[in-house]
Design a protein around this ligand. Structure first.
Ligand SMILES: [Ca+2]
Ligand SMILES: [Ca+2]
Ligand SMILES: [Ca+2]
Length: 263
């Protein structure tokens, strides 16, 4: 009878664990984003982040390498960052959004350098999509505040000085996106979000980066769905373990009763 209980409880545990962790592995398994740079029915926006894009002051150099194997080297320069029109993407000030980056980037396609996986990004909200391209300083695209309508949000991402010019690029309004992503509230007045890779020199970058922006739907919570599922999973596992412990404790009771009678 007890063995049956043990088998039953173990089976129950396995069922619960597999059932609980399937959504943890991929909570958006049914929410496949089909169109790049567009809003989906589930309010997930996905777009490419140009690997040579930058919204900060930057070196203005040209880097050449053969990126298509035809023996002819192509020129590469700094580019525009990803500029997300928040309203078009389905977001508005006051929304809590979860931004996640993934990608594979060669930070120095003209030389030997380790490949970066899911590289860190920085982002800045702005009331306009204005990005300044001031080339009055030799070898540099400025000014320091290239996003003149930047709106402060989140914890400041301290960005590195330029690689060649050794000039400070840091502005106080931007925030970092690294690791498994970041939750951030869209500040009042924001109409655009600019996103770019964190790198002292972007003109020699090759590879790809994709970003997803998801509206966090839980009201007043402030935690992404994944964290809630994980918390529920942990609670359920603890509950199952408690049941197992209770079942095990019953064993000596039933076995000790004949001994008591014998003595
Ligand atoms: Ca080529
Ligand atoms: Ca680089
Ligand atoms: Ca900064």
């Amino acid at each position: 009878m007890w063995i049956n209980k043990r088998v039953l409880s173990r089976a129950l545990l396995i069922l619960l664990l597999t059932g609980l962790f399937v959504p943890l592995v991929n909570p958006n398994a049914n929410q496949i984003v089909k169109v790049e740079g567009q809003q989906t029915a589930q309010n997930i926006f996905e777009a490419d982040v140009p690997v040579r894009g930058v919204y900060l002051l930057s070196d203005d150099n040209t880097v050449v390498w053969d990126d298509n194997g035809d023996g002819v080297k192509e020129e590469h320069n700094i580019e525009n960052p990803l500029i997300v029109d928040l309203a078009d993407a389905g977001f508005k000030p006051g929304d809590l959004i979860f931004i996640r980056q993934r990608g594979r980037i060669n930070f120095a396609a003209d030389g030997d350098y380790p490949i970066g996986i899911d590289p860190s990004l920085s982002g800045v909200f702005s009331s306009s999509n204005t990005l300044l391209w001031d080339r009055s300083q030799e070898g540099e695209v400025g000014p320091l505040h290239r996003v003149p309508d930047a709106i402060d949000a989140g914890i400041d991402c301290v960005t590195p000085d330029t690689y060649y010019g050794k000039v400070s690029t840091d502005i106080p309004e931007d925030f970092g996106i690294s690791g498994s992503g970041v939750s951030i509230g869209i500040p009042s007045g924001a109409a655009y979000l600019m996103l770019a890779v964190v790198d002292p020199g972007v003109s020699n970058n090759d590879g790809w980066i994709k970003v997803t922006i998801e509206k966090v739907t839980n009201e007043g919570g402030g935690f992404p769905l994944e964290y809630i599922l994980a918390a529920l999973g942990v609670v359920a596992v603890i509950a199952v373990l408690l049941v197992l412990v209770m079942l095990k404790r019953r064993k000596p009771k039933t076995q000790s009763s004949p001994q008591l009678q014998a003595s």
